[in-house]
Design a protein around this ligand. Structure first.
Ligand code: FES
Length: 81
């Protein structure tokens, strides 16, 4: 599974780096480092609704520190287990 976190200027201003750090921490905690890969991406085309992430082919907008744990549980953990 590949996850891209937008670090374009709009998403960057909305703390996309914190989202990425949290994602990497949760992946490590769950020992998913060999199956879930996080990388940065430049503008994913949904700036007004950022932070934007892409999980494989699915775009998810409105991501932040308040919902990244739920997104991880529902969209990432559930898909790989
Ligand atoms: S800057 Fe993130 S979607 Fe455009």
């Amino acid at each position: 599974m590949n996850i891209y976190v937008c670090i374009g200027s709009s998403c960057h201003q909305r703390s996309s780096y914190a989202v990425m750090r949290q994602l990497k921490a949760m992946i490590a905690e769950n020992r998913l480092g060999n199956s879930v890969f996080v990388s940065s991406a430049f503008c994913l085309g949904h700036c007004a609704a950022g932070v934007t992430i892409q999980i494989d082919d699915e775009i998810i907008t409105g991501v932040g520190m308040g919902n990244i744990a739920d997104i991880f549980q529902d969209r990432i953990l559930a898909a790989v287990r």
